[in-house]
Design a protein around this ligand. Sequence first.
Ligand SMILES: *Cc1c(COP(=O)(O)O)cnc(C)c1O
Length: 391
Amino acid sequence: MTQTSADQGRANKAGFETRAIHAGYEPDAMTGAVNPPIYASSTYKQDGVGGLRGGYEYSRSGNPTRTALEGALAAVEDGERGFAFASGLAAEDTIIRALTAPGDHVVIPDDAYGGTYRLFDKVAKLWGTAHSPAPVADVDAVAAAVEPGRTKLVWVETPTNPMLTIGDIEALATVAHDAGALLVVDNTFASPYLQQPLTLGADVVVHSTTKYVGGHSDVVGGAVVVRDLDLADRIGFHQNAMGAVAGPFDAFLTHRGLKTLGVRMDRHCDNAERVVAFLDGDPRVTEVIYPGLASHPGHEVAARQMKRFGGMISFRVAGGVETALAVCERAEVFTLGESLGGVESLIEHPGRMTHASVAGTDLEVPDDLIRLSVGIETADDLVADLDRALG
Ligand SMILES: *Cc1c(COP(=O)(O)O)cnc(C)c1O
């Protein structure tokens, strides 16, 4: 296997889909295999003491299957270096410990992914890294939450989950940089196909590759991508020192998913637009939340920084919590379940499922809210399923 730096990162000027399919890996020099082999090897024979072949010595530090994925991740985010982790939360934990120290402070979204909030509130806090929540849609409120000198990271999700709030990445990068902090963007909901935060001034991109990048609900993983080589060294050091790496089988599956991200995302967006058109104006639905709607408060910013508006939709139903639960249970093509971003459509009740742990806090979501992860099935079947489920 050969890999040159020109294959990955910002040196690769090919189009998005070409990078997704080819970056990070050249057909195997010996066999011509077009896909990276699954290198199920923990260690590597050395040609004399310290004589490493391709830099490989032990698979926590580096594994060729993971290297291929990491090169492709860097290329699709228009970054310089990519890192693959065992989960999205493992990637986040590595960022926190690489880029903050006890006594430091982080601004986080006031509607952060529940696991991210838990990581800051129950884990990072004990380690001494404090956090304050702020609404990502309100640049002034984020600026007000920054404590100059103490805030090391401004952490943003856009769109957020499940209210699909939009943060202006360029403006938030300025807020962070003016305070001497770094901007971290969790790009899970948009995926690198729809939004590339590093090109808008973000310093660090993090993903749960479990979602759209993997795309088939068959693997859990995480990623970090950066441009700055000093940041890359710090993340890379902690990836090895903390050890939450993606294994070769998981790296293979994630990389396979990444290759079709562009076509999948376009279909997710097409289908979501059809579903939004059906829900919007239906008397059984009181509100549709989708950044593609002109009525969405973040529509203009989303239109500027995203290629399209994604496959996630939230909506509220007339009839309150009982109706919302019944709709979730009556749906058949939409599978009742947590997670998102796979080829299959999912429906869930955030108040009782993904966001049950934030009930009674500022992050509480309306109890008549339903969240859809619109998959890539036949759009007519999705609309008919929702029509039936709404009763
Ligand atoms: C799922 C998710 C995570 C956590 O990723 P895991 O792979 O489940 O550890 C982080 N951020 C967002 C926005 C997510 O949806």
